[in-house]
Design a protein around this ligand. Sequence first.
Ligand code: MRU
Length: 351
Amino acid sequence: MPILIRTIFWEDNAVVMIDQNALPLEETYLVCRDYREVVTAIKDLTIRGAPAIGVAAAMGIALGTLHLFPASQKEFKTAFDDICAQFSRTRPTARNLFWGIERMKRCFEAALISGPDDTGRIKQSLIDEAVRICEEDIAVNRKIGVNGRSLIQSGDNILTHCNAGALATAGYGTALGVIRAAVEEGKRIHVFVDETRPVLQGARLTAWELMKENIPATLITDNMAGFLMKQGKISKIIVGSDRIAANGDAANKIGTYSLAVLAKAHQIPFYIAAPLSTFDVNIRTGEDIPIEERNGDEVTSFRGIKTAPEGVLVYNPAFDVTPSPFITAIITEAGVATPPFKTAIKELFKA
Ligand code: MRU
């Protein structure tokens, strides 16, 4: 299946990204020529989804470095570190963001020592690395799809939450990548899409992606999921993840944990699809995953229209953590991990 959705790419010394806040009403692209525009785009969800923000940070760092004209190597390094620090403050939960920044730091260090003191050469190495990270992500997602598709049967009704599709990655998607790969194999799949309050990534983005590729999909509100499971309408659940601890506990969009608990109660397989860049094996359990809290306006209004009384108190955690006992399997590019997750995850990293 050709890639129909280009989430983010490097073109003419600019970072170009589809504006996910404008979707599904408008398909427009934001052209960032200043790295600070990329910083803002990550913060305000113009680009979102764990792997996609990792790619955006990498490209943003390359862009920021391009406009540096340092007098010394020391000055170059200080300015580079400052740009990296700005990206690391954008969003706290997705491991992929920090993974992307760490790769760019390693690339910078390697370029510094590997040739003549030529800033042009170092800048080009960083651009090449960012583009590589983007291309690798698409290839990794295709592998996740191939590894996961055998878990899907023709006739499945799959529930997904948030958007773990092409838009959340450099392309193809993780959870939606598995669905795409099963469809490419000729399997007949129907997807139930949780709208995903409060930012509606399901309604606005996942529904749009699936409709674009003619994959049968039905939109539901988040609070309908339990009833559909009870009615026997859902055979599997597949979601993405923002950070996975060494024991398999997985952070994902708020509402994922409720789905996992409901899935267990109804004996429905609950799958996570994620690249190795989402794993944080230095974190023992999900208890230590930092959870982003976002502005209460996301809960009290939508696109400028108030939906709650002025001044109401709001709590808006953007993610929750699903403990690993609720997870049937974690699908990655290196294979499918099943319980006990601690040893299975170690094996993934050895492969
Ligand atoms: O706040 P968002 O839209 O960045 O949250 C995204 C999610 O929770 C996705 O499910 C997750 O990043 C996995 S994407 C492959």
